[in-house]
Design a protein around this ligand. Structure first.
Ligand code: NAP
Length: 259
């Protein structure tokens, strides 16, 4: 299927590795020019070069922390007119409800709620003026069903989801579609961090921790960044114009719910 977005320009945040990279690769495969971002310049440039070589698209790499105001200013200055925005950043650490103080919450809200909102605020006006735009926010399955050890993530991402629910409906008539992609367990560095959390909490080996986590997923495996990227590219496509304010769950069936 031709996604109809060849020649469009996308900003994919936090994209040198993991789910962000999966989205960047899938968009590049459709002929979309990219602005990529991550903090580590070396890995980011390596990813940018690999994507240029594989897909022949234009790739601008901006190394900075997207959760800071300075970082966002740097990315937005380099980005220019953006048709497609994929928001993403590292997730907050696991813990117990009593571990966190106000500063921890402010940090999580900044990274996983206020940063995507700031990027939408900056880029939606241009999309609306041009009459076409797509936004995909990478959130988490924890929006549908809480993950008890991820209280900071549960809180921040649910806040973003509420913002998107209303805003998506305000901009839909302008040709701009905003949706969220909710990853369940995908095989990225983040999974190693979560497995380490399980190993520590249950006093088991890393191998045992992986088995415990996989046993909760009906597919019996983690998702891949390619599968994740493919869904992201579809939500950014010409065909997704009637999909508004949705929360698309990619979790191998782990969330045990009928709808
Ligand atoms: P990952 O494999 O660790 O990759 C994270 C990417 O984001 C890297 O490129 C990293 O590069 C970049 N990054 C992190 N913090 C950044 C920042 N402040 N500014 C700019 N770039 C930043 O993580 P992932 O698994 O793809 O996860 C992506 C998001 O999805 C996270 O919020 C995670 O919590 C959420 N999520 C993931 C899963 C999963 O199973 N993988 C499940 C649910 C939710 P640098 O470190 O160089 O900056």
């Amino acid at each position: 299927m031709d996604l109809g977005i060849r020649g469009r320009r996308a900003l994919v945040c936090a994209s040198s590795k993991g789910l962000g990279r999966g989205c960047a690769e899938a968009l590049a495969a459709e002929g979309v020019d990219l602005v990529l971002n991550a903090r580590g310049a070396e890995a980011l440039e390596a990813t940018a070069e690999a994507i240029r070589a594989a897909h022949g698209v234009e790739v601008t790499a901006v190394a900075c922390d997207i959760t800071t105001e300075e970082g966002r200013a740097k990315v937005l200055a380099a980005a220019g007119d953006i048709d497609i925005l994929v928001t993403n950043a590292g997730g907050p650490p696991p813990g117990l409800w009593s571990d966190w103080d106000r500063d921890d919450f402010i940090k999580a809200l900044d990274a996983n709620m206020l940063t995507p909102i700031a990027l939408m605020t900056a880029l939606l006006p241009g999309m609306i003026d041009r009459g076409w735009g797509r936004v995909v926010n990478i959130t988490s399955q924890s929006v549908k069903a809480p993950i008890p050890a991820l209280g900071l993530s549960n809180a921040a991402r649910t806040g973003l989801t509420g913002f998107v629910a209303g805003t998506a409906r305000q901009v839909a008539a302008k040709g701009v579609n905003i949706n969220n992609l909710l990853p369940g367990s995908h095989d990225t560095d983040r999974v190693i961090a979560l497995e380490t959390g399980v190993a520590k909490a249950q006093n088991v080996s890393m191998e045992e921790a992986r088995k415990i986590r996989l046993s909760a997923i009906p597919t019996g495996r983690y998702g891949t960044i390619e599968e994740f990227g493919a869904m992201c590219a579809f939500l950014c496509s010409e065909h997704a114009g009637f999909i508004v304010g949705q929360n698309v769950l990619l979790d191998g069936g782990q969330t045990n719910a009928t709808i």
